[in-house]
Design a protein around this ligand. Structure first.
Ligand SMILES: Nc1ncnc2c1ncn2[C@@H]1O[C@H](COP(=O)(O)OP(=O)(O)OP(=O)(O)O)[C@@H](O)[C@H]1O
Ligand SMILES: [Mg+2]
Length: 365
């Protein structure tokens, strides 16, 4: 599992640990909506207890951070109220594109020594002053035939983390973990697609404003990238083609399932944007140098709200020449009785990051 917790420097002294509610709720705060997921783990595996999606105004998230705190707080409170969330501890994430992620090798050493060494390495590798970032690291495996270990360093600007943490606190919840969404995706994939983790697969997550690409080799991230294209680009294509308002175009895109003729028309209008996105994905993946010598990507797992854009999966599949499958982030989970199967089927792909966050607990190793 990829483990980061960028909140280590948050002051929890005001929270009495004995009065804490032990439940955890994941909040994936995206630019178009907040996704809530509650999961419980027991001997038989993971169980989805609760989920919900709450739209937020377009300007609430800007430049990858919370810009309108009041709007985000209100949306979180609505989720809590409408879905009866009782957990107080929040697992959240920042977008991967704001994280500085560096892989380094260090001589094998004890934990305390490693702490000091990693800090030194970070001061050399990270362009920001260390006092302006929250830093975490994870020691991976020993490097084969050597006495070295691979270490992944992750740093995110404090301003960005705090913008999310403050909104969570203002909604009267406790920020317990802040992860990076790439890692959440990796963890979501690992627990659901255990048997598919051999070889190379691509996780492509189509959000509202961004599409993120995460190439996993034997289940571990080896390449990441982001494209500034997402669901909003598709809606805007309909706005321009049909002279609709944004909301009308969005409704047409998301709800065009009833009438087959209309759906084909909509799909046709979305095609140039889908082709553009597929070409950009292909171009980005060509930067992944090891593609060719490893036999390339075997399969693409598509997720994010935008994954259900009509025609997108097949256009990506054609362009890249690989099979594309819609990700089910709860594939290996049991589902609590209160969850509406239709609502779950509709929103599952959008909950991929949320599912990966929902299985995190402080102190995970
Ligand atoms: N059924 C659907 N068909 C097509 N597009 C859809 C559908 N459902 C949702 N979307 C699109 O998915 C997008 C939202 O996806 P998601 O919730 O993953 O984004 P986000 O997390 O808010 O954004 P980001 O991660 O880019 O900040 C919206 O642009 C929305 O139009
Ligand atoms: Mg998102």
């Amino acid at each position: 599992m990829a483990i980061t917790d960028l909140l280590k420097s948050v002051d929890f002294s005001s929270v009495n640990p004995f009065r804490r509610n032990q439940g955890y709720v994941a909040l994936d705060i995206g630019s178009s909506s907040i996704k809530m997921v509650e999961v419980e783990a027991d001997k038989s595996g993971y169980r989805l207890l609760n989920m919900g999606i709450q739209p937020i105004p377009a300007m609430a998230i800007q430049n990858n951070m919370v810009a309108d705190q009041e709007a985000v707080v209100k949306a979180i409170q609505n989720l809590v109220k409408n879905h009866g969330v009782r957990s107080k501890q929040v697992v959240a994430s920042v977008p991967g594109r704001v994280a500085i992620i560096k892989k380094i090798q260090l001589p094998a050493q004890g934990e305390q020594e490693l702490d000091a060494n990693v800090e030194f390495q970070a001061s050399q590798l990270i362009p920001d002053a260390l006092e302006n970032v929250n830093l975490d690291y994870q020691a991976l495996d020993y490097v084969e035939n050597s006495d070295k270990i691979d270490v992944v360093l992750v740093a995110v600007k404090k301003d960005i983390i705090n913008s999310y943490a403050e909104a969570i606190k203002d909604a009267e919840l406790v920020p317990a973990i802040v992860d990076v969404d790439y890692f959440a995706m990796e963890n979501m994939f690992e627990i659901n697609y255990e048997l598919e983790t051999s070889g190379i697969v691509g996780l492509i997550h189509v959000g509202a404003r961004y599409t993120s690409i995460n190439v996993l080799k034997h289940g571990v991230s080896t390449f990441t990238g982001d494209l500034p294209v997402g669901g909003e680009s598709f809606t805007e294509a309909l706005v321009h083609a049909l002279q609709l308002s944004y909301d009308q175009a969005e409704a047409l895109k998301v709800g065009g399932r009833s009438d087959a003729k209309k759906q084909a028309e909509v799909e046709n209008l979305l095609k140039p944007t889908a082709e553009y996105l597929a070409a950009e994905i292909s171009r980005t993946l060509s930067l992944y140098r090891h593609m060719a010598d490893e036999g390339g990507i075997q399969k693409i797992y598509l997720s994010g709200g935008g994954a259900r854009t009509p025609g997108l999966a097949s256009i990506i599949g054609e362009k890249l020449g690989v099979e594309v499958e819609l990700t089910d982030p709860f594939r290996g989970f049991s589902i609590a009785r209160g969850i509406d199967p239709d609502a779950l089927a509709d929103s599952a792909s959008a909950l991929a990051v949320g599912a990966g966050l929902a299985i995190r607990r402080p102190g995970d190793k």
